[in-house]
Design a protein around this ligand. Structure first.
Ligand code: SF4
Length: 229
């Protein structure tokens, strides 16, 4: 038995990439209404232990060797930093001479213990989806006490000390951040975070696309505006 699950190996920029989910079920510090995985029944921001970790680590090691993996992308059902062995998982991958990319929603990058873990990775992805406090609370339903200002400054402060590649993903959502005023606000957030790379995304999930998706033309306009600042 394994707690981990994998996607088919693929090639990106000439590198063989293994995408691994290190959570057996969803654990997240947010409970976004548009989460493709569904509701967060385990809304936590403290690390959790999982039963099958030893066999999972062995399996990951075998996968890396058997498929001659060059980059492991930790992309999980929720917040991967919440696996209490995430640091060990990263060490294991790095010991094999393989690069690590970690996807986080970014909020926990403000906590000392998680900063240390993320610093071990070659690449870290942080995200933003809505840009007002009201929307953040209403739509992303974070753990009580969280706020948008802290969310942004957590990523900005993390990246100030981070030596790796920080990738910032902005999701454009119809009615929430697709007007001109919002685009200007997102530009300021990007400047504050100062990422090495920006990814502009939109709602692609069929369940949310109709209500929250934006059309190709507007998406192109917004992408151009945000990628050329
Ligand atoms: S942060 Fe990501 S994983 Fe967590 S609830 Fe939101 S969309 Fe889902």
């Amino acid at each position: 038995m394994s707690d981990f699950s994998y996607k088919e190996i693929y090639v990106e920029d000439g590198k063989r990439v293994l995408e691994v989910d290190v959570l057996p079920e969803k654990y997240c510090n947010f409970d976004c209404i548009f989460c493709p995985i569904g509701r967060t029944h385990n809304k936590v921001d403290t690390q959790q232990s999982f039963k099958e970790i030893d066999s999972s680590l062995k399996e990951l090691e075998n996968m890396i060797e058997n498929y001659k993996v060059e980059l492991v992308y930790i992309n999980s059902k929720g917040e991967a930093l919440l696996n209490n062995r995430v640091s060990h998982i990263i060490d294991l991958i790095k010991a094999k001479g393989v690069s690590v990319r970690l996807l986080s929603n970014g909020y926990l990058l403000g906590k000392e213990e998680y900063i240390k873990v993320a610093n071990k990775c070659d690449e870290v992805i942080g995200e933003i989806k809505v840009i007002t406090e009201e929307d953040f609370q209403k739509v992303q339903r974070p753990i009580e006490g969280y706020n948008l200002e802290e969310y942004i400054s957590n990523m900005a402060l993390f990246n100030k000390q981070y030596k790796g590649k920080f990738i910032f993903e902005v999701t454009i959502i119809k009615g929430y951040n697709d007007d001109e005023e919002s685009i200007e606000k997102i530009k300021d957030i990007i400047k504050k975070i100062s990422p090495n790379e920006i990814i502009i995304a939109r709602m692609e999930d069929e369940r949310f696309k109709k209500k929250l998706g934006i059309d190709d033309e507007r998406f192109k306009q917004i992408s151009n505006a945000l990628l050329n600042i």
